[in-house]
Every structure is written in structure tokens, then in C-alpha cells.
Ligand binder design. Sequence first.
Ligand code: IMP
Ligand code: MG
Length: 219
Amino acid sequence: MHEKSLSHDTFCSTSQIDKSGPFPYNLCGMSNVTLHVLHSRDEIAERVRWLGKQISQDYQGKFPLLVGILKGSFVFLADLIRHLDLPVQVDFVRLASYGDSMESCGKVKLTKDLELPVEGRDVLVVEDIVDTGRTLKELLEELARRGPGSLRSCCLLDKRHRREVPLDIDYVGFVVHEGFLVGYGLDWAESYRHLPDICVVEPGTQSSEKAGPDKGAGP
Ligand code: IMP
Ligand code: MG
């Protein structure tokens, strides 16, 4: 982990956010939040390029359908597809894995389905972070029922020590052990997705907003 610890205000101002309107100020309106950079934008870019190369090799001559899990995967997926030396299609699902509580309730609900058919396609599911594994496992089971030609998964961040269900992920960016992560698409109570680096929220810091359903376990 990088030595540097950034106060939230400092981080916002170094992230080149336009502070002229009310929106960025709302984003910055979370109190007592300290973030540490875990994976810098350069490390992420290098790893995403590497993942793109692996996937391009493995899918040579194919036309895969990449399925991003909203919302967290949108930044990762956007970067990943630009490192693919392949024709691809992209679609999204939205899954609500957690209720209002801070911990997983173990149930996954499909709140937005795919728009493209899966039958016979080479499907690659793209996820930002895998924690207990329940979200990805349930989605893979649902997609398998639709008869894809092949079905694989890719995640940028793998909290494998927290796994509660068995899961083999085909492409993994980083295995992570540190606590709750934000940035590069990952949120805490819907904030921080815009940060270019992946950061750890320092334990004990508090959000002024209520945690939302896409948060995973809070810090
Ligand atoms: P799982 O079903 O427990 O594997 O939960 C995966 C989902 O929880 C991810 O798609 C994220 O939305 C969320 N999540 C888990 N850990 C984190 C984290 O450290 N930061 C942000 N979101 C997280
Ligand atoms: Mg997610």
C-alpha cells in the first residue's frame, strides 16, 4: 500500500473535479473519510492491459459477449474492451445482492436483465470485485441455464479470503486483502466511483450518507 494517506478533500481536489457546481460538493460532503491508495491508476492500467492480452489470446477467432455487472464494473469494462484485439459485444445486468443491511443477506436479485441473447454465445462476465462470491455465482448459474456456447468470468479485484461459495474465476486482476475499497468504479454509498485509483477506506471513518444496496460490506 502507498504510504500517502489522503484526506477526502485533498483527494477530491487532486482528482481534478470541477467544483463549480453543487454536485461535486455533494460528493465531497462525506465527513471524516480517509482514503489510502491501494492500486494506483498506473498499476491498474498495466494490469488491465495484461488481462486484455490474455483474453484476446484465449478468444482468438471468437466473437465474445462481455456481460458487465452494474454498476461497479463500468469503468473496468470500458478500459478492458479497449485492450481486446477481438470483435466483441457488450451488455449489462444489474444485480442487487445486499438489502439495506451492512452485511450480505445471501440473496441476489436480477434487477436489470440482458438485452442480447446468450444462447450459443461465448459469454465473459466482467465484475469489479468478488467478495463472498454469491453475486457472481448466482449470475453464472442463471446464464448457464440460458445455454451459452461457453461461460467464463473476469474480475478486477478478488477478495478470495472472504469467499462463502466455491467459485473459479478465469481472469483475476488483483487478489486483495485490505478492507473496503472504493474508486475506479467501486462505490461506498454510491460515492467515490470517479476516483482514478483504487483506495482503501480507513477503518473507523464515517460516511455522512446512508450506505446503499451496491456497497457490499461497509468499512
Ligand atoms: P459478493 O456477492 O459478496 O461477492 O459481492 C460482490 C459485490 O459487493 C460487488 O459487486 C460490489 O458491488 C460489492 N463489494 C464487495 N466488496 C466491496 C468493496 O470493497 N468495495 C465496494 N464494493 C464492494
Ligand atoms: Mg459490483
